[in-house]
Design a protein around this ligand. Structure first.
Ligand code: 5AD
Ligand code: SF4
Length: 458
């Protein structure tokens, strides 16, 4: 371990998914023993890490434009006699592009893939010693999960906990199996230890993360394997842990026990993000999703039978190669049938190295955009209706951060809605019972009905 004493500052910019948010914290934590504190802005940092996303072309292009801006910032600083700033690129673009990234932007000091974060301090030391850019996009035998044993003093009220990574499903449009590698589950004992640590440090809600989180099959404490349902049952026993969520799931792995768990475990929140991508069986097949639209409808019915108030969220892609008007109409029908509380929808973006880029029937951008607009109008209508329906209801809100106004706190309902509450006597980390009084485009407003006195520090 380095014995560097001088305080340095690291700024981590996160792109993309929640897995990256979690990884960014872990990178900062891995650098802390080497003298790095977290900076609030790139301008204040000695080291800037871009934790990148490669899922769509737009995300990747954003990384390159940000890199250009950082290079200028560094030059300005050096010209004014300030200290140097190291530029590191981590995450999925780093993994996918590797060497090519250094060719395109040779001023990058470090390119490090998502499996190698525990090697960051060593890579930085080598960069300084050798004075040249470093690249590490291996899939090492020793997992980063084993290396990065975690301890934090203070956790947010809602904390991420990564339990599974990678993907073996190879949907034909997706880069994740190539950037994050094969599916790997963390041993249950390690997950539970981290969960207890986070709750001790103030978390009241844990969000279990994985690219395919419901495919979780981690080593069990007593030998054998645990499923996600089994893990959640054990986690629900942790005192003071009020809420459990998990994301992102695949419909294929929504097994009967997990569906049952939604009806049996009060701490498991009644909200599920379950990407369907399309409502056309032909498109689903071409995407290699492994289910039909009716399979998805049946899963939703079973979930609602187990937990009638469960709300659903999903991901959609419009304009996948070969998608006809009829296929798109089938997607619209599925949305009408299911009813989503929230959704993310994207135009299909051809990604290098994925099978779908070579498929016949690539669609014009205008067609993708038009379908996206039509779909988003319906999804927006559904989410507004869902939010409106909560007005007048009383619900628990976990207060997560201060609002913009004096005495105002912002939290989340069980259905992941942002709720603004005036709560002078309460603080971040408290669970409050709130009566929802109004519905705004992206949030709800509420008044305190009754407050729990248990705080994050309890
Ligand atoms: N083009 C468009 N959307 C994509 N997604 C993944 N790959 C692509 C792509 N090539 C979307 C899927 C996935 C979400 C995380 O991103 O909907 O569920
Ligand atoms: Fe990508 Fe499909 Fe794996 Fe999800 S399940 S990460 S969409 S390959």
């Amino acid at each position: 371990m380095s014995t560097e004493r001088r305080k340095r500052r690291v700024f981590v910019k996160t792109y993309g998914c929640q897995m990256n948010v979690y990884d960014s914290d872990r990178m900062a934590e891995a650098l802390a023993p080497h003298g790095y504190e977290r900076a609030e802005a790139a301008a204040d940092a000695d080291l800037v890490i871009l934790n990148t996303c490669h899922i769509r072309e737009k995300a990747t292009e954003k990384v390159y434009s940000d890199l250009g801006r950082l290079r200028d910032l560094r030059s300005e600083r050096l010209a004014q006699g300030g200290g140097d700033m190291l530029l590191a690129v981590a995450g999925c673009t780093a993994q996918a592009e590797g060497e090519a990234m250094l060719d395109r932007a040779p001023y990058i000091d470090l390119v490090v893939g998502p499996q190698s974060y525990h090697r960051l301090p060593e890579l930085l030391a080598r960069r300084q010693r050798e004075g040249k850019s470093q690249l590490d996009t291996e899939f090492p035998l020793i997992s980063k999960f084993d290396e990065l044993v975690r301890h934090v003093e203070a956790a947010p009220p809602s904390a991420f906990l990564s339990i599974q990574e990678g993907c073996d499903k190879f949907c034909t449009f997706c880069v994740v199996p190539y950037t994050r590698g094969a599916e790997e589950s963390r041993p249950a004992a390690a997950v539970l230890a981290e969960a207890r640590m986070l709750v001790q440090a103030g978390a009241r809600e844990l969000v279990l993360l994985g690219q395919n989180v419901n495919a979780y099959h981690g080593e069990a404490p007593e030998g054998g394997e645990w499923t996600l349902a089994r893990l959640i049952r054990a986690m629900a026993e942790i005192p003071d842990l009020a809420r459990i969520r998990y994301t992102t799931s695949h419909p294929r792995d929504m097994d009967a026990d997990l569906i049952r768990a939604h009806g049996e475990i009060p701490a498991l929140m009644p909200f599920l993000h379950l990407p369907v991508q399309s409502g056309s069986d032909k498109v689903l097949k071409a995407m290699n999703r492994g289910y039909t639209a009716d399979d998805f409808r049946r899963i939703v019915d079973a979930l609602r039978a187990a937990r009638p108030d469960i709300a659903l969220s999903s991901d959609f892609i419009t304009g996948f190669p070969g998608e006809t008007d009829e296929d798109f109409a089938a997607t619209m029908r599925l949305v009408e049938d299911v009813g989503f509380a929230q959704a993310y929808s994207f135009k299909y973006s051809g990604r290098p190295g994925t099978p779908a880029t070579g498929m016949r029937g690539q669609l014009k951008d205008a067609v993708k955009s038009e379908r996206l607009a039509v779909l988003q109008a319906l999804l927006e209508e559904q989410s507004t209706a869902f939010n409106r329906a909560t007005v007048g209801r009383k619900t628990d809100v976990l207060l997560e951060r201060p609002g913009r106004h004096e005495g105002q706190l912002i939290g989340r309902s069980p259905w992941l809605q942002a709720v603004h509450v005036s709560a002078v006597d309460l603080k971040v980390g408290d669970m409050a019972t709130v009566e929802i009084t109004a519905c705004h485009p992206h949030s709800l407003a509420g008044v305190l009905a009754l407050a729990s006195s248990r705080s994050a520090a309890a």
